[in-house]
Ligand binder design. Structure first.
Ligand code: PEP
Ligand code: MN
Length: 453
């Protein structure tokens, strides 16, 4: 078999089933599971091939250094976040970060939210201790409930996941098409919850300059409103629960070539987590057959010689923009692994999007025993990543964050100087600690300044 034959004619949305699988879910009632799957197969797509193609084209620009990727959102999305205020605040922080990045780095930003389906969580242990009792681990709301009494996996949760994703994406589409992201009025993206005077001033300064430039361009007739009145925001999640992904994989027409291809229609972009990316695994089998652009989390356990093989399997045609490598080594480990990975990718002849996730290798326990991340470690991994890419004539093309638009207190540091003892004020995450609004903006300003021309 040649490398190009890796997507064999035997691939199908269910060809992952006989392969070894990590993090799979066992339901007690298989008849019920089958009924849910039949229903999911019948529900309509949430995204279309033409949107997926558009994202792939934009990611090609990212891979070629002509645009920059910003991907972010919750670690574990909850069904209750499917509500007006949380959706708006997440979009706002992503839009405001991207405005700062575009302004500083003078480069278009491709925005992908971890949203409208980011419900499933891989766990390192099948059980955990809650209040001195051993219970099944919380695996995300599409599998089981956070309440320790509700930890039995229930297939109906997959249907709930579909409907909450669909409602979220529907509201995102509505507000974007109604001018929520209108660049002519970025000042309306309220800053009411910004406590830091520096961020408020820096952001207002950028907004004033953007508004001035737009009004000048209008005066001279260089732009009309519609192209700037809306932006693309794509949706993504970890493709962890394969029965769900299988049911939402459809053979549809490519809008340009008219060929029928397999699309995952539950999100524009899906990624394989660091715990499920073994080459011969069910997850890799599933991912190699879908048309969507995909991400691969790359941590310290990825062997450099495995990376090239991996890319050949999931992207045999070497399409530029198809694969985003999301590196997440930790500030202390990045020097050890990234250089070899960059060289391995060069040798493979693949052109990838290199995104840095400076969150997942930097998780620590706080003094009070909760999961946290230090702002300084996040910045350190980011800046080391940028430097290593430069030294190897490569480029960090994007970033991947766990963040929220809300005033949570989960990560330590940033311009608001959040301390360990402040974490309990508003520690809300159900999984990993997220950057809050101000910490996210701090990072956007730091990256923008780094790239400022
Ligand atoms: C995540 O993105 O929430 C996650 C679990 O990441 P990783 O697979 O890199 O550990
Ligand atoms: Mn996480």
């Amino acid at each position: 078999m040649t490398k190009a034959d890796n997507v064999t004619s035997e691939w199908s949305p269910s060809s992952w089933r006989p392969k070894p699988i990590a993090q799979s879910v066992k339901y007690e009632d298989q008849k019920h599971e089958k009924q849910v799957e039949d229903k999911l197969k019948q529900l309509p797509p949430m995204v279309t091939p033409s949107e997926i193609r558009r994202l792939k084209e934009q990611l090609k620009q990212v891979a070629l250094g002509e645009a920059f990727l910003l991907q972010g959102g919750d670690c574990a999305e909850l069904f209750e976040y499917c509500s007006q205020e949380p959706i708006e605040s997440k979009l706002k922080v992503l839009l405001q970060m991207s405005l700062v990045l575009t302004w500083g780095a003078r480069i278009p930003i491709v925005r992908i939210a971890r949203m409208a389906g980011q419900y499933a969580k891989p766990r390192s242990s099948p059980t955990e201790m809650v209040n001195g009792q051993e219970v099944i681990s919380f695996r995300g709301e599409n599998i089981n409930g956070f309440d320790p009494a509700d930890r039995k996996p229930d297939p109906d949760r997959l249907l709930k996941a579909y409907f909450h994703s669909a409602a979220t994406i529907n509201y995102v589409r509505s507000i974007i098409s109604s001018g929520f992201a209108d660049l002519h009025h970025p000042s309306q993206w309220s800053l009411h919850h910004v406590r830091s005077e520096t961020i408020r001033q820096e952001y207002s300064h950028i907004v004033d300059r953007v508004t001035d430039s737009l009004s000048f361009m209008h005066t001279i007739g260089a732009v009309s409103s519609p192209p700037l009145a809306s932006v693309d925001i794509f949706m993504s999640h970890e493709g962890l629960v394969l029965p769900y992904e299988e049911c939402l994989t459809r053979k549809l027409k490519d809008p340009v070539t008219d060929e029928f291809k397999w699309y995952n229609v539950s999100a524009h972009f899906l990624w394989i987590g660091d715990r499920t990316r073994q080459l011969a695994s069910a997850h890799v089998e599933y991912f190699k057959g879908i048309e969507n652009p995909i991400g691969i989390k790359v941590g310290p356990s990825m062997k450099a010689d495995e990376l090239g093989q991996f890319l050949d399997v999931v992207n045999p045609k070497k399409e530029i923009g198809k694969v985003t490598l999301i590196t997440r080594y930790g500030a202390k480990e990045v020097d050890k692994h990234l250089p070899g990975h960059i060289e391995a990718v060069k040798k493979s002849g693949h052109v990838v999007v290199w995104a840095c996730d400076p969150m997942h290798g930097n998780t620590e326990k706080s003094l009070s025993g909760v999961k946290t991340r230090y702002f300084d470690s996040i910045i350190e991994e980011l800046s080391r990543t940028i430097r290593i890419h430069k030294a190897h004539r490569s480029r960090m093309n994007g970033v991947h964050f766990e963040l929220t638009g809300d005033r949570v207190t989960e990560c330590i540091g940033g311009s608001m100087e959040l301390a360990d003892e402040d974490l309990s004020q508003n520690y809300k995450t159900y999984c990993d600690p997220r950057l809050n609004y101000e910490q996210s903006m701090d990072i956007a300003f730091l990256i923008a300044r780094y790239y400022e021309k």
